[in-house]
Ligand binder design. Structure first.
Ligand SMILES: [Zn+2]
Length: 266
C-alpha cells in the first residue's frame, strides 16, 4: 500500500497528467520531413542519454529485460498499420525511475519507458497497449507537430539543423513532459488498438492501464486532470469501442509479465 500511495504523490500525479495530457490540436501541417524527424530524434535521444539526471538502464546488465521489451515492441511493430515501420529505427530504452509512471517517444521512433510504469502495470497486454500508443505518436508524427506548436518551426530548425544548438538540452528535457492535444491522444489510443489487433495481445490493452488508474484513484482524491482533460473513463470506453468496431480480439494473452518485472532493478 505504501507503494501505491507513493504513486499518487503530487509528482506522480503530475507525470500521469502529462502522460494523459491534452490541449486542442489545431490540425497544423508538419513542416518537417521524415528524414528531419529522424535527425531530430537522434539528437534528442543522444541528449537524453547523455543527461546525468536520466538513468537509462544499461543493456549489458539488463539484457533479459531488454530482450523482453524488444520482443514485445517487435510484435506491435509488425502491424501493417505502421507507416514508417522500416524508415524509423524504433529504438526502445528503459529509464530507471520507479516514481514516474510514464513513457514517451522522440521523433523517429526513439521510445523510452520508465520502470515506474512497467512495475505499475499488471499484464504484458497493458504494456503492449501503452507501447502501441507511443509508437502511434511517433508514426503519426505527433511529436514534431507538438514540438512545432510549442517552440515554433524556425526555433526548432535553428536548434536541430542550424547554429542554435544551445537550446537542444532544453528541448530534449521538454520532451519528457511534452503534452499532446486531445485529438492526438485519441488517435494514438485508436491506433494502439489497430496495431495490437494484428498480434497475440489483447487489442484493448491500453484500456487496462486507464482502468487501473480509475480503480486505484477511487481511494484517493479525484485527480485534477479529470476535469480538464480527456478522462480515463472516456478513454476506456473509446478504446473498448474501437476494439469492438474493428472486430479485434480482447482475449488476454496470458504472457508471463511477472518475469519481466523481476528482471528490472528492484
Ligand atoms: Zn499520448
Amino acid at each position: 500500500m505504501t507503494k501505491l500511495k507513493s504513486f499518487f504523490s503530487l509528482p506522480f500525479l503530475f507525470s500521469l497528467l502529462l502522460f494523459l495530457g491534452s490541449c486542442d490540436k489545431d490540425g497544423g501541417i508538419n513542416f518537417f520531413s521524415i528524414n528531419e524527424d529522424l535527425k531530430i530524434g537522434q539528437q534528442v535521444a543522444a541528449e537524453i542519454e547523455g543527461d546525468s539526471s536520466v538513468i537509462v538502464l544499461n543493456e549489458q546488465d539488463y539484457d533479459t529485460a531488454y530482450a523482453y521489451i524488444r520482443r514485445l515492441t517487435e510484435k506491435v511493430l509488425a502491424s501493417n498499420d505502421i507507416r514508417y515501420r522500416t524508415e524509423f529505427p524504433w529504438q526502445v530504452k528503459i529509464i530507471q525511475d520507479d516514481e514516474t509512471l510514464n513513457a514517451f517517444c522522440a521523433p523517429g521512433g526513439y521510445i523510452y519507458v520508465y520502470t515506474g510504469l512497467i512495475k505499475y502495470l499488471d499484464t504484458e497486454d497493458q504494456l503492449a497497449g501503452v507501447m502501441g500508443h507511443e509508437i502511434a505518436h511517433a508514426d503519426k508524427r505527433h511529436v514534431t507537430d507538438q514540438m512545432t506548436k510549442q517552440y515554433g518551426y524556425e526555433t526548432l530548425f535553428a536548434i536541430f539543423f542550424g547554429e542554435d544548438q544551445g537550446q537542444l538540452a532544453g528541448i530534449a528535457k521538454g520532451l519528457l513532459t511534452l503534452k499532446y492535444g486531445r485529438d492526438a491522444e485519441r488517435e494514438a489510443d485508436d491506433f494502439s488498438v489497430k496495431y495490437l489487433c494484428d498480434t497475440e495481445y489483447q487489442s484493448n490493452g491500453a484500456a487496462g492501464f486507464f482502468q487501473k488508474i480509475i480503480n486505484e484513484g477511487q481511494s484517493s482524491s479525484p485527480p485534477e486532470f479529470l476535469s480538464t482533460h480527456p478522462n480515463p473513463d472516456n478513454r476506456v470506453e473509446a478504446i473498448n469501442n474501437k476494439a469492438r468496431e474493428e472486430g479485434c480480439s480482447i482475449q488476454p494473452s496470458g504472457n508471463n509479465y511477472a518475469a519481466f518485472k523481476a528482471s528490472l532493478p528492484q
